[in-house]
Write a protein that binds this ligand. Structure first.
Ligand SMILES: Cc1cc2nc3c(=O)[nH]c(=O)nc-3n(C[C@H](O)[C@H](O)[C@H](O)COP(=O)(O)OP(=O)(O)OC[C@H]3O[C@@H](n4cnc5c(N)ncnc54)[C@H](O)[C@@H]3O)c2cc1C
Length: 357
């Protein structure tokens, strides 16, 4: 069977594109492939930023309670391990179970879309379309399609095959610990230029304390452990019982050319297109926005060059916004600038611990 569109990856980008395309063109034959399951979950902080909340509101979607995690947070405790300075800033994130969020988005996909669980291991162009080889629980299968959509995240096989090879600069490592009575901040953003050029995070989620960050690929585990020890020293206690360790490759856009939207029947959405914040590594809102923008561009489904132009145009403001994050990164990650901002107390809030009340 030839599909009109085959989507590789059912994260926020792929699930949004599949839902919107099937709603607007129910006559299309759409395939949605996904490798994520209980044993292969996307490592993620699972914080839904205001931008992502606004995007969901735009589609008149409300979040089910089952997707939320405990506790909900109002502020980020920003720590600089080099200067040992701490500041609190108000934040409006929703704390979620990321896997439950992804499953919820997939549950909104109309039943006209065929969902196949499996990992795409190869893609190639043929006359008039594409062939996909997929490893499923039942064995290897092949699918053919007219248009191919890479919604397969940072390690996109579609981007690697048809465009450039992403440079996996970072390994994102995250560990889950059983929460104890030891005092950990509810949500913290940690800067430690000695061990990482990005920020790390510490948060509570449903009875666990999660600590993670992005580290340069070379000696990433050693840098992670060194930062963890420095953080434990700063907090005055260790992390307790380790439950699991997760890891994935990650990258951030550094130039305008790192945003790749696709052409000639192959399109990229979400993190596969490079749509992730260079300053905070937030990407759920960009994934949903780009998935929706491509579905809108598919109104001209018969003409691939029109889709290419329209999708590029529709993501222009998103690309500008993400490009500005590359500049914002300079302010956040240049030690003396950050130190100045934190020292000034601009935008920060005062937190009164109970003994001070
Ligand atoms: C450690 C970490 C923490 C983060 N925390 C946050 C956060 O708190 N808030 C936020 O907004 N963003 C966060 N991000 C960024 C966010 O996770 C991504 O930007 C977002 O998930 C991108 O969505 P996506 O749909 O493009 O890709 P993904 O969510 O990566 O989804 C890709 C999907 O494709 C599937 N897939 C991949 N390859 C194949 C294949 N070959 N065949 C079949 N299926 C395949 C995967 O199983 C997955 O389901 C974080 C990123 C990292 C690395």
């Amino acid at each position: 069977m030839q599909y009109d569109a085959a989507i590789i990856g059912a994260g926020p980008a792929g699930a949004t594109f599949a839902r919107r395309l099937a709603q607007q063109s129910p006559e299309l034959k759409i395939l949605l492939l996904d490798a994520q399951d209980e044993g292969h979950k996307k490592p993620c902080g699972g914080l839904l930023a205001p931008d992502a909340q606004k995007t969901l509101a735009h589609f008149d979607l409300v979040l089910p309670k089952s997707v939320l995690a405990d506790p909900q947070i109002f502020a980020v405790e920003t720590m600089d391990l080099r200067t040992r300075r701490v500041r609190y800033y108000q934040r409006y994130y929703l704390n979620m179970d990321r896997y439950a969020f992804d499953r919820w988005l997939v549950s909104l996909v109309p039943p006209t879309v065929e969902i196949v669980r499996g990992r795409c291991t190869a893609v190639s162009r043929t006359d008039g379309g594409f062939v996909l080889t997929v490893r499923t629980a039942e064995g290897a299968r092949s699918f053919t399609c007219r248009c191919l959509i890479g919604a397969d995240g940072a390690r996109s096989i579609v981007r690697e095959t048809f465009f450039d090879r992403p440079i996996y600069r970072y390994v994102s490592l995250q560990q889950w610990f059983r929460a104890t009575d030891k005092a950990f901040p509810f949500y913290s953003c940690i800067f430690d230029p000695e061990t990482s050029e990005s920020c790390s995070w510490l948060m509570h989620k449903d009875g666990f304390v999660i600590y993670g960050g992005c580290f340069e690929k070379t000696n990433c585990r050693e840098a992670f452990e060194r930062q963890k020890a420095r953080l434990a020293d700063f907090l005055g206690h260790d992390f307790g019982e380790l439950v699991k360790t997760e890891a994935c490759l990650a990258d951030r856009p550094r130039h305008w050319r790192d945003f790749v939207t696709g052409a000639d029947g192959v399109y990229l959405i979400g993190e596969a297109a490079g749509f992730i914040s260079a300053s905070s590594f937030e990407g759920i809102s960009s994934a949903i926005r780009s998935g929706s923008a491509l579905a809108d561009a598919f109104r001209n489904v018969k003409n691939t060059s029109k889709i290419t132009r329209s999708y590029r145009k529709k993501t222009f403001s998103l690309r500008c916004k993400l490009f500005l994050k590359i500049w914002k990164r300079w302010f956040m990650y240049t030690p003396w600038v950050r130190s100045l901002i934190m020292r000034s107390g601009i935008e920060s809030i005062r937190v009164r611990r109970s003994k001070e009340d």
